[in-house]
Design a protein around this ligand. Structure first.
Ligand SMILES: Nc1ncnc2c1ncn2[C@@H]1O[C@H](COP(=O)(O)OS(=O)(=O)O)[C@@H](OP(=O)(O)O)[C@H]1O
Length: 376
């Protein structure tokens, strides 16, 4: 009995001793393990937690950008510069790289303040027409110029919104710095009777730009746009004539009316001298955008900054596009409402319209001193 008690006590004390040893060992090892883990965490990059966007931003940042967020070689901007493929459609050749003077655009070299400095001014130049002439393309291309600032939407001030007053109009404008030109485009001005007097009242020095296009194609383009919104309208052929049998053209139909350029121009010449109006060929704006843009920059008294280096021809779109749009590093084509497929029109009707427009076109060539070649 005594022997067994001694043996029991021995076993208990051995157990206590063992537990104490384990506790001591643990308290010695724990800080060591903790130190080791911390050291490892500092040595290797931490996994990025959060949304895919956060992960992308962090990886772009670590791929190369300075602390201010400007990407350096290998970073977001560098990839975007080389990233014409973002816009590429299957089977399409990639957009050529943007010209270096675009990459280091003066726009981002302090001319336009990211802090929104400058003041809103009334436009010094307007794209007044014509509807479906290529006015959006011209404005988008001009906006690449660091000395041009323009409203994206059509203000329709001198036709629909005149009663709101000039202060309302000015307020729509973007802020500009000294030497920059404020612009807007509203193609309906060209055919608005009151527009020349109203624009002249704002400033007699306003420079006017009119993009003109073969009036027959323009009429079909106009009709195509209406058809896309109202598929139930009568055919182009039936809308063209007052009386199809006599072949009398319905000149009150706006699609026909707008193309009588010489008549509308007469109205403008009551208020503006010819040298204050520039006519841009809608056809050449497609076949040689840089050439037409050169003329526009000269007319606006600007340095020829927009050149053929800024454009590439997008085979799928079938139109010239910008290698880099304003304020962006990506290639940019106009949207799908620009460059629609036109319906087939009865060739006899097309010929009848050509005959109708010919004398007005001749007059227009004479007035403008430029032969647009619509009657070849
Ligand atoms: N680069 C480029 N990309 C796409 N489209 C171009 C371009 N240049 C000129 N065009 C022609 O512009 C036509 C539309 O003219 P507008 O912009 O003046 O139309 S609108 O009056 O503002 O609705 C549009 O007419 P449709 O082809 O009938 O759609 C185009 O032919």
């Amino acid at each position: 009995m005594a022997f067994s008690r001694v043996r029991k006590l021995d076993a208990r004390s051995r157990g206590i001793l063992f537990r104490k040893a384990v506790v001591m060992l643990c308290s010695l090892l724990a800080p060591l393990i903790l130190l080791h883990l911390l050291a490892e965490r500092c040595a290797s990059p931490s996994p990025v937690r959060g949304s895919p966007r956060t992960k992308r931003l962090v990886s772009e940042w670590s791929a190369g950008s300075d602390p201010a967020g400007r990407a350096v070689a290998g970073g977001a901007l560098a990839r975007a510069r080389a990233g014409a493929m973002v816009w590429q459609l299957p089977g399409e050749s990639p957009a050529p790289p943007a010209p270096p003077d675009l990459v280091a655009s003066p726009r981002f070299a302090g001319k336009v303040s990211p802090l929104g400095e400058g003041s809103k001014k009334l436009p010094q130049a307007l794209i007044i027409g014509v509807k479906k002439g290529g006015t959006r393309a011209l404005l988008e291309f001009l906006r690449v110029h660091p000395d041009i600032r323009a409203v994206g939407a059509e203000p329709h001030f001198f036709d629909r919104n005149y009663d709101y007053g000039l202060e309302w109009y000015r307020d729509l404008m973007p802020k500009t710095l000294e030497g920059q030109i404020t612009m807007e485009k509203t193609p309906s001005y060209f055919v608005t009777r009151e527009a020349p007097a109203r624009i002249s009242a704002m400033s007699r020095d306003t420079k006017l730009i009119v993009v003109v296009r073969d009036p027959v194609t323009r009429a079909i383009s106009d009709y195509t746009q209406t058809l896309s919104k109202k598929p139930d309208i009568p055919s182009f052929e039936s809308l063209t004539f007052k009386n199809r049998t006599t072949g009398l053209i319905d000149t009150s139909w706006s699609a026909v009316q707008i193309g009588i350029y010489a008549k509308h121009l007469d109205n403008w010449l009551q208020y503006f001298p010819m040298d204050q109006i520039l006519f841009v060929s809608g056809e050449r704006l497609i076949s040689d955008p840089a050439g037409e843009l050169g003329r526009v920059q000269d007319f606006l008294g600007l340095k020829r900054i927009i050149t053929d280096k800024h454009f590439y021809f997008n085979q799928t779109k079938g139109f010239p596009c910008l290698k880099k749009a304003e304020g962006s590093s990506k290639p940019h084509c106009l949207g799908k409402t620009k460059g629609r497929t036109h319906p087939n029109i009865d060739p006899e009707v097309v010929q009848r319209l050509r005959d109708f427009y010919r004398p007005f076109n001749m007059k227009f060539y004479q007035m403008t001193g430029r032969f647009f070649g619509w009657d070849n």
